[in-house]
Design a protein around this ligand. Structure first.
Ligand code: ATP
Length: 352
């Protein structure tokens, strides 16, 4: 059942339409990410749900009631921002209890809830500290506890991890997901980091230029991208350009080679220009039956630790593949030639 429903939401700043016909149904307890490049309208959608921005048109319903006319403090929504935004002159306990105090909760109830929240975020005993005495990751956990303390119906997270360093970011993101699932709280999370969105969400909304290009599970948006933008924004992708040779054989001509048995778009015809998208993990150095062979020259080999990301030139394009590090062998050398193998059904073909 739909818990939060966004219908035909639009927002313009002057002549600039930054959110265009945005629709989304969120189930109770679901974790949704809004993913897209800077300026695509993610934060504006979130701010309209929170009540900090008024839609130009469209509706937002929570449990069947339209909330667009309500002030932010009437909506019972919790929000965590990118910058920690804790009150610097208040202790951790005062920060976490702030919303309850404003709502007129008694001392005993507030104290009990603050203790419960500090335990939820793993910061028992930190209530007397001030924000400056905490690390960035701890401050963000306090911001989360403050948002959750009033038991909001919906939790909104606006790039809450982007100011943290890589290791803390990964561990805190797992922690946020655990807490969210434990509390069963409906959550919308804004990020421009595709790995973050894929790892944490039940469903991802991929946005581009104010439009939701695709709404789907992480598995779906990665493996079955609805548009060329989604295919290139979510994950690393190498794109080859070619021309359809035979629709019946599923063959495409690329720089002197004919690749066959490709799954062509239904409406493709001979001589159509097409692009072929390849994921790095679909390409292999070992050959399996039915594979296509792509021969090229290595132009880069980046040692990333457990894997080496190789880039080689094929058909005038740069193609990436990942190979596992083998500590007993030197990594492949730049300038050398390479033949890689790919199953034709893993190649996504789109018309140009
Ligand atoms: P980022 O990841 O950089 O925060 P975003 O996808 O969240 O990007 P928004 O912050 O929603 O994008 O902004 C979308 C567009 O709306 C941008 O072009 C931005 O400049 C514009 N915009 C946002 N707020 C306002 C405002 N108050 N007045 C005028 N234009 C605004």
């Amino acid at each position: 059942m739909t818990f939060l429903r966004i219908d035909h939401l639009e927002k313009s700043f002057g002549a600039n339409r930054v959110v265009k016909d945005f629709n989304l149904d969120v189930a109770q307890g679901e974790f949704i990410s809004l993913l897209g490049p800077s300026g695509c309208g993610k934060t504006t959608v979130l701010r309209m749900v929170a009540g900090f921005e008024t839609p130009t048109s469209g509706a937002i319903h929570i449990e069947g009631a339209d909330i667009v006319g309500q002030r932010p403090n009437q909506r019972n929504i919790g929000m965590v921002f990118q910058a920690y935004a804790l009150f610097p002159n208040m202790t951790v306990a005062q920060n976490v209890g702030f919303g309850l105090k404003i709502a007129g909760a008694g001392r005993a109830k507030t104290d009990a809830r603050v203790e419960e929240m500090l335990s939820t975020i793993g910061l028992e005993g930190y209530g007397g500290r001030y924000p400056f005495q905490l690390s960035g990751g701890q401050q963000q956990r306090v911001a989360l506890a403050r948002a959750l303390a009033v038991r909001p119906r919906v939790l909104l997270l606006d790039e809450p991890l982007s100011a943290l360093d890589a290791k803390i970011r990964t561990s805190l993101r797992a922690e946020i997901r655990q807490i969210q699932q434990r509390l069963g709280i409906t959550t919308i999370f804004v990020t421009h980091d595709q790995e973050e969105a894929l790892s944490i969400s039940d469903r991802v909304v991929v946005m581009n230029g104010g439009i939701a290009e695709q709404v789907g599970t992480p598995f779906d948006v990665y493996n079955h991208p609805a548009t060329a933008f989604v295919a290139s924004f979510v994950g690393t992708l190498s794109i080859l350009e070619g021309t359809v040779k035979s629709k019946a054989e599923g063959s495409v001509q690329i720089a002197g080679q004919t690749l066959t048995r490709l799954r062509l778009p239904d409406d493709a015809a001979g001589d159509d220009k097409v692009s072929l998208s390849l994921r790095p993990e679909s390409l292999r150095l070992d050959r399996r039956k039915g594979d296509l062979d792509l021969a090229g020259k290595i132009i880069a080999a980046d040692f990333l630790g457990s894997v080496i990301r190789i880039q080689f030139e094929y058909g005038g394009s740069r193609v990436s593949l990942d190979v596992f590090n083998d500590p007993t062998r030197p990594p492949p050398a730049v300038g050398g030639s390479l033949t890689v193998h790919v199953a034709p059904e893993t190649i996504l073909v789109m018309r140009r």
